[in-house]
Ligand binder design. Structure first.
Ligand SMILES: NC(=O)c1ccc[n+]([C@@H]2O[C@H](COP(=O)([O-])OP(=O)(O)OC[C@H]3O[C@@H](n4cnc5c(N)ncnc54)[C@H](OP(=O)(O)O)[C@@H]3O)[C@@H](O)[C@H]2O)c1
Length: 274
């Protein structure tokens, strides 16, 4: 049987720790080792054990692993790559970057070698095991890509995309969390105006949002089909829905997505991408 890939997450901050927790909780680490690094490893000592090792030594972590996840901030990448480059082997190591706004060709240029590189874009729902992670790669074979998918499916769902769609994925998936939060907050405010206290209004808004998303996943239906089921002719739902559309609900959402997309494409400083 083929040996399972050992993993290193270099730069185990918020995202790295969420991924590590998802891998551990899902049982993915059975028969594998995961090494987590950061310059101040004492902060993540609580993660040690159960197939997880903690260290500040990026080079030894690379030597122990086959799948290397780069999870530092964009401005920290160059120093990290310079440090680990002597220990990287393009035949053995698969490089996975979760770093926002850094392209596969930029990473390849820094690595200076024929490395297999996957660029993954998760969102903050990774912490709740509900990320939408979009991934692009530079010719990684299907068997290896299924390993990478399995890693990110421990913290949500995955989708393989062309890299040219990565900025769009950043807006829809990563900024998307903020857009949905604002939608939930506005629903909560409306609920308060209609008589609920804030806590109850938020509970209702969150669960109704989860319910709507779950319906689409469960029924494999289109949103308009589910809308038809709750809009009685001359009823209150269609009256409210049409009023929202008169005020530009769908148009505002689409324009907001396009504005975010235009903004991300203008950015020169990668640390500010989100
Ligand atoms: N958070 C998300 O949900 C999310 C979603 C999509 C993409 N991203 C991207 O993922 C990356 C990480 O995000 P984050 O929120 O996890 O950031 P973060 O909390 O700042 O994590 C980065 C970690 O890297 C460590 N680090 C920096 N230089 C290092 C080095 N040379 N060797 C080892 N460790 C090093 C830092 O710890 P020390 O100072 O102790 O070294 C820090 O904890 C970013 O590029 C971000 O754009 C994040």
């Amino acid at each position: 049987m083929k040996k399972k890939m050992d993993i290193a997450i270099l730069g185990a901050g918020n995202l790295g720790i969420s991924i590590a927790s998802g891998l551990r909780e899902s049982g993915f680490l059975k028969n594998r080792e995961l090494t987590l690094t950061r310059r101040k490893p004492s902060v993540i000592e609580h993660m040690e054990g159960d197939h997880i090792k903690i260290t500040a030594d990026n080079r030894s972590a690379v030597r122990k692993a086959d799948l290397i996840i780069l999870a530092v901030q964009p401005g920290q990448l160059q120093a990290l790559i310079s440090e680990i480059r002597p220990d990287l082997d393009s035949d053995r190591h698969l490089i996975v970057s979760v770093i926002t706004a850094v392209s596969i060709s930029e990473i390849a240029a820094q690595l200076q070698g024929p490395f297999r590189i996957v660029r993954a874009m998760p969102n903050t729902a990774v912490a709740a095991g509900q990320s939408m992670t979009c991934m692009a790669h530079n010719g990684v074979d299907d068997e290896v890509m299924s390993e990478v998918e399995a890693v990110f499916e421990c913290v949500g769902q995955t989708l393989q995309i062309e890299e040219e769609l990565m900025q769009a994925a950043t807006v829809v998936c990563a900024s998307g969390i903020a857009f949905w939060m604002r939608f939930i907050r506005a629903t909560t405010q409306g609920g308060v105006q209609l008589g609920f206290d804030a806590k109850d209004a938020q509970k209702i808004a969150v669960q109704t949002c989860m319910g709507a998303a779950s319906l689409l996943m469960h029924e494999h239906s289109h949103p308009e089909q589910e809308i038809d089921k709750v809009t009685t002719p001359k009823g209150c739902t269609i009256a409210g829905l049409n009023e929202m559309e008169h005020h530009g609900l769908s148009s505002a959402l689409i324009k907001g997505l396009v504005t975010s997309f235009n903004r991300i494409n203008q950015m020169k400083n990668k640390d500010e991408a989100l």
